[in-house]
Every structure is written in structure tokens, then in C-alpha cells.
Design a binder for this molecule. Sequence first.
Ligand code: PLP
Length: 476
Amino acid sequence: MEGPVGHRYEAVARALEAAIEAGVHGPGDRLPGVRKLAAQFGVSVSTVVAAEHLLEDRGLIEARPRSGYYVRRHPWEPPERPAPSSPANEPVPVTSQALVLRVVQAAGEPGMVQLGAAVPHADFLPARGLRRAFAGVPARWGGRELDYAFPPGPYELRQQIARRMADAGCQITPEEVVVTNGAQEALTLSLRAVTEPGDVVAIESPTFYGLLQAIEALGLRALEIPTDPDEGIAPEAMALALDQWPVKAALLMPNFGNPLGHRASDERKRALVELLEDRGVPLIEDDVYGDLAFEAPRPWAARAFETRGGVLYCGSFSKTLSPGLRVGWAVPGRFRDRVEYLKYSGSSSTPAWPGFAVADFLERGGYDRYLRRVRGDYARAVDRVSRAVARYFPPGTRQTRPTGGFVLWLELPEAVDALALYRRALDEGISIAPGPLFSPSGKFRHHVRLNCAQPWDARLERALARLGAMAREAAA
Ligand SMILES: Cc1ncc(COP(=O)(O)O)c(C=O)c1O
């Protein structure tokens, strides 16, 4: 290794740091042993040891007894988390979600840096395995893929979904599953099954705009509940809301919710489910990110804690296998027959070919193999964007620290108008999701959500640097 002798260990430390930054050694990975590193860098073992001590002091790696050095899960201290939300405690009708369509359309434009819609870049998806599964469907299912797949959907797919749900702590049968066009349809059907127009639905704050669209389309009113960016809604906050308002359903994302990336503990899930079941309020659970925990095993669903059929679980393969498949499902508990009929009367059937292809992919074990790889990929992707935000965004910017999924939620200094930032960024070919989209009462005016499921390259880093500069100007 070049450089003055006294500084060799610093050069080694810099090289290792760059390798960690570049994802050669990702969060949780073990660094090669000291002898191997010494050979790789052409330095002595003591130089490597000194370099490792330096990286340890900087918080990048940690020693584990008799096992060596590991890259820390969060090899740096990101800025503070956003404050827990404190929405106005009053149900409001949901309107003006039209901007969402513009955000998702812009995200799909060629040449756009796609930090807006929560859609994984194709590089993250198991395209080859899926194509093979699609190609094999006609030979295996002999024409059934060309027919209508009426509700509840192909048995083989429901069987695979039932098996997978055991990983989420849910022991269910294929008969309990209704296949849908993505999670969005499962959520809308679940809402329709348990509410009438004008009813009040309790939601997280901020919440996924797709849920707000469903609430708007059905003429419901949304009650935003204070939400912690790490743990979601506290049972006490939910109890208070139920005391005050005639809540007809709760719509929650207990695992890596969008946009906060929060995760409720098992105790919290159990307490929320018990509370809602005691009060006779159905819980509609959106679990589309549950399989994307950065560390295995994936967390249990809230559905795992129900005893009285009051949870309507909604999932899909859109965030894992591919959003274009449109394969989702509901496990609607005691509302199963109603959801099945609403599915039939609303959209008659589900696309059969993708359903069979997914069933085949799951059955052959492709899904587990893929999840093992992609978990680390998403952890690294979120980590890199998070560091870039810390580097380029204005002082005082707060950000979430998710342990699954692939979105980051930023609270910018108050002077930054997220909608103006969104428009300026769009003019420069960068798409982001502005905070007010995530609230029916127009909160989160200085917040934005970033989609991190993008390959890390110079273009992405330039876009984040540019976005940070625009936010700095606005904050000044
Ligand atoms: C939290 C959440 N729920 C549901 C959906 C919709 O899923 P699908 O594409 O399967 O309809 C999304 C997509 O962005 C999401 O982020």
C-alpha cells in the first residue's frame, strides 16, 4: 500500500470505509479476517488491526467476541427521527387526492430519477425466475390460464399463500384466502365489506395515499391517530379515538408501514387487536412490506393475534415479486363471504396467468431464495439514501430509520414547502412524494417521502445532492 508508513492504517481504513459505502461489505456482514486483509492490502497484520480500531471508533464496524469485525447495521448516527404526529382529532372527508396520480405518472416517465412512487426498480426484482414461471404455465395448467379465474381465485395460488402466511404467524387454510388485483383491491374490498358511506375510519398519520384514495372513493371520513415513527399507533391513542368517535374500522400497516417504515412490536399488535376486537371494530391490516424485513425472520402480522375473525388481512406480491403482476389477496376473517362476493360483483375475476405463474414460483422455492438476497439489497439501498440525505440536506432535517421496506420519510425544516420542492424537483427530472399526499387534513407540509429502491449510481447521488441543495435554499 502506498503512502507514508505512519499513515498506512488510515489508508487501509479509508479503503475499507469506501468498500462499506459501496456495499461490498453491507450492514451486518463480517469483514474478512485480519490476515486476509493484510494480504489484500499488502500491509502488516498490525496495520490492519489499527485500521479496524479506527473504523470501530468511528462507529462503522463492531467487534464480536471470537468472530471478528462486522459492519454495523447503522454504521453511522443519522440525524434525529421525525417527531410523532399529532393530528387534529376529528374525522375529515378525503378529497383532492388527484395529485397522487400526477406523482405516480411522473415517476414512470423515462429519464426521471424515481424517488417518488414506492415502486422497486426492476434490478431488485426476480425477473428471470418469473419469466420462466410464466413460460411454464401453459404446459402445467393446460389452458386454465386462459380462462376466467373467478373468486376466490386459483386454488393452487391460495394454497401457496396459505403456506406463506405461516411465516407471518397466521395458520390459515386456502379457503380463507380471496385473490385480488393487488393489495389495493383487497383494501378497497375490505373497507367496503365493513363500512357504509359517511362512516369514520381510523388511520395512521401519515398514511399511504392509496388508503386515502380508497377512503375518498367510498365516501368515508378519515380519523388520523397520532403515530410514532418507530412503533406506529399506541393502543392508548386508539382507545381514546374509539371513546370519542363512532369508528367503524381501523386501517393500519403494523409492519414497515408506508411512509414511516415503522414496525409495531408483538405486544403492541396484540394489544391493538384485542382492543379493536373488544370494541367490535374490524381491523384492516395492510402488510405489503411484511416480507421485506431487513433481517429474517419476518415479523408476525397483527392477524396472528386475532381470536374472533375481526382482522381483514391484505397482502400482495407487488413490493416483492413485481407490481405489474397485480397479484394480491385478502384473508378477511369473518367477512370472507362478503369480500368474495364484492370482488365478484366489482371486477368479476383475477388475471389467471399471473396467478398460476406466482403459484409455480412460490412452490419451487424461488420466493425464499429471492427474499434472502433482496433483504440485504434493500437494507443497503435505504442506508445509502439515508447517508446522502444526512450529507446533502439542510441542518435540522430529520429522517426515519426503517428496519424493513424501502422508503424513507423526511421531516425538513419548517420553512421548506414540500409541494414547491416537489414541483421544482420535477422540473429538474427528479420525482419525490410530497408530505401532504399522506394526510387527509393537509398536514406534513414540510415532509417528503423518498423511494430508495433504486440502484445506487452517480446519477442517483447527483439527484439527491441537487434535491438537498434545493431544500437548503428553501430553508434559508
Ligand atoms: C402500503 C401499501 N399498501 C398497498 C399498496 C398497493 O399495493 P398493490 O400494488 O399490490 O395494489 C402499496 C403500493 O404502493 C403500498 O405502499
